[in-house]
Write a protein that binds this ligand. Structure first.
Ligand SMILES: Nc1ncnc2c1ncn2[C@@H]1O[C@H](COP(=O)(O)OP(=O)(O)O)[C@@H](O)[C@H]1O
Ligand SMILES: [Mg+2]
Length: 257
């Protein structure tokens, strides 16, 4: 069956397996030269319902990109540049060094100047995302990509939400419990992983359901001896960064030697 049940692209043409970078739950990402093309999963035998569901997810992600980059020719610092969007497809700059997760797995702990650069770039990205009233909601190493110069950028707005105009960003929680504070908790866990080389167990899903909550203090590892320990703890401790949110991480970084 595998041989004839192909993945199809947005034009209905068979996707060549050698071009596939990833097949996720609703999207397939393929490489075309210097562009990564994210499009809905469509198999040659899929029914209308499944195609419709995956297309709707891609449309929702396109909407988030429009919110993030209202001027399609502009980029947002710290976020993987979107080259163009058409139909149900999003074309992104190809990030040749892959995910931060794979990088940490293969190279182990990086020198502190590189750790510092990544933290700065990710905090800048998240600050810019929040400034555009978007919650990322899935900050994880697999959704951080590295370009050829090892610059880290945030990607994958597949489960993001847009904070409605008129609502207070600092108080807003979406229907899954996500907020700017849960994004910051996840960023704290990424920073912990960058600095220590191992994942932290601090999660916004401690109850193993799909409703995000802020983690209780008693599950935090002791981070006081880490060079970025104060930043990590402030990310996990909702509110400690204050109204500036991710911008406060940048301010703290400037004062850390
Ligand atoms: N711009 C890109 N450059 C290189 N690889 C990419 C790019 N975008 C996505 N990928 C690869 O595809 C994977 C899945 O992309 P992502 O947008 O996270 O989709 P999903 O919603 O399926 O998680 C990433 O973890 C990465 O390995
Ligand atoms: Mg992803």
């Amino acid at each position: 069956m595998d041989g004839i049940n192909f993945l199809l692209d947005d034009r209905g043409l068979r996707i060549h397996p050698s071009t596939i970078l990833s097949v996720g739950t609703y999207a397939v990402v393929i490489r075309q030269n210097d562009v990564a093309v994210k499009m809905p999963i469509v198999h040659s035998f899929d029914g209308v319902m499944s195609i419709h569901k995956n297309r709707a997810k891609m449309q929702a992600e396109q909407l988030v990109y429009r919110q993030l980059m209202p001027d399609p020719t502009a980029t947002l610092e710290g976020v993987v540049p979107c080259v163009r969007m058409w139909s149900y497809t999003i074309e992104l700059q190809y990030m040749s060094q892959g995910t931060l997760g794979v990088m940490l797995q293969t190279r182990g702990i990086s020198p502190i100047p590189l750790q510092r650069r990544w933290i700065r770039q990710l905090a800048t990205g998240l600050r810019n995302i929040h400034a555009r009233r978007v919650l990322h909601n899935d900050l994880a190493l697999r959704n951080i990509l590295l370009d050829g110069s090892l610059n880290a950028m945030i990607t994958d707005f597949g489960v993001s939400s847009i904070v409605p105009l008129g609502l207070d960003m600092m108080l807003y929680r979406d229907r899954h419990g996500c907020s700017m504070w849960t994004d910051l908790v996840q960023l704290g866990s990424i920073i912990y992983h960058i600095v220590t080389g191992v994942p932290s167990r601090v999660t916004i899903y401690p109850r193993h359901d799909l409703y995000a909550v802020l983690p209780p203090r008693n599950i935090w590892p002791d981070v006081r001896s880490l060079w970025a320990g104060q930043i990590i703890e402030d990310c996990w401790n909702a509110g400690a960064l204050g109204p500036a949110g991710a911008q406060a991480i940048l301010n703290r970084l400037d004062h850390l030697t």
